[in-house]
Design a protein around this ligand. Structure first.
Ligand SMILES: C[S@@+](CC[C@H](N)C(=O)[O-])C[C@H]1O[C@@H](n2cnc3c(N)ncnc32)[C@H](O)[C@@H]1O
Length: 250
């Protein structure tokens, strides 16, 4: 199953809402909180774009702190769920648009801040739609994420790729697209999922293990439970990296 097929499938069921299992998951060693961090770079005058917004869950938390927010996603089902979430939120300064990150449907220099969490983005397009001096913030999943689990499966998102490769690639591309890097950072936090049911929910609904199948992969699941079940829960790790950069004025 391609990433696009996975997101289309998941989008209509949960959007990108993992708050239920997140409440039960213990995480130790996160260096930043993404929403709090974005809030530091916006104000009530800011026009903000979120690339790969999913069900808009994160954008709707940031929207009260900006003038206008747009969220784009190339999955129709994600956008439908985002629109439902928007209705529930009763916010009037947010719009969700079906669009691809490769070709953003906005004029040059439309936004003060562009954000992108766990989706692909294209630095030239981000630069084009940002005003000079505008800020781009992205948090991404690093190669080492869920390392013990991917080792047991012998496959996984970025499995076996050198640590830092994706971050370095993005930094290079962003610099080439006229950005000055303000912060590059990463963390490797310890995570405990409350039980195997929560971990399986995660694996079924995310790209961590491509083509995860609860029946075909049952031996791997048993091995994870045997090796990593602790009093705190099922132990793994969350590896994230962050890039904050500024579009240089011409
Ligand atoms: C892992 S989810 C993250 C959702 C949200 N940003 C969050 O952090 O909660 C990735 C989202 O990016 C979207 N996406 C992936 N590639 C994209 C592209 N080329 N253009 C637009 N959206 C894309 C997917 O459809 C999915 O909704």
């Amino acid at each position: 199953m391609s990433y696009k097929e996975l997101y289309d499938k998941v989008g209509s069921v949960i959007g990108w809402d993992f708050s239920d299992i997140a409440e039960r998951t213990k995480t130790l060693g996160e260096k930043w909180d993404y929403v709090d961090l974005v809030k530091k770079y916006v104000n009530k005058e800011a026009l903000l774009l979120d690339i790969g917004t999913g069900g808009g869950e994160i954008l709707l938390k940031i929207a009260p702190f900006v003038k206008e927010a747009k969220g784009i996603d190339n999955s129709e089902s994600m956008i439908k769920t985002a629109e439902k979430n928007l209705l529930k939120s009763r916010r009037s300064n947010v719009e969700f648009i079906l669009a691809d990150a490769r070709s953003l449907p906005f004029q040059n220099e439309s936004f003060d801040v562009v954000i992108c969490r766990h989706s692909e983005f294209y630095p030239n397009e981000v630069s084009r739609v940002l005003k000079p001096g505008g800020i781009f913030i992205t948090q991404q999943v690093g190669e080492k994420d869920k390392e013990n689990i991917k080792k047991i499966f012998g496959r996984g998102q970025s499995f076996g790729e050198p640590v830092g490769a994706l971050m370095n690639k993005y930094i290079k591309e962003l610099k080439n697209s006229g950005f000055k890097i303000l912060r590059e950072d990463s963390y490797n936090a310890v995570e405990y999922y409350a039980n195997m049911k929560d971990l399986i929910f995660l694996l079924k609904n995310t790209p961590i293990i491509p083509d995860f199948n609860i029946d075909k992969d049952s031996t791997f699941l048993r091995e994870i439970e045997e090796k990593y079940k602790t009093k705190e829960g099922i132990k793994t790790n969350s590896y994230r990296f962050l890039i904050i950069c500024k579009k240089l004025t011409a």
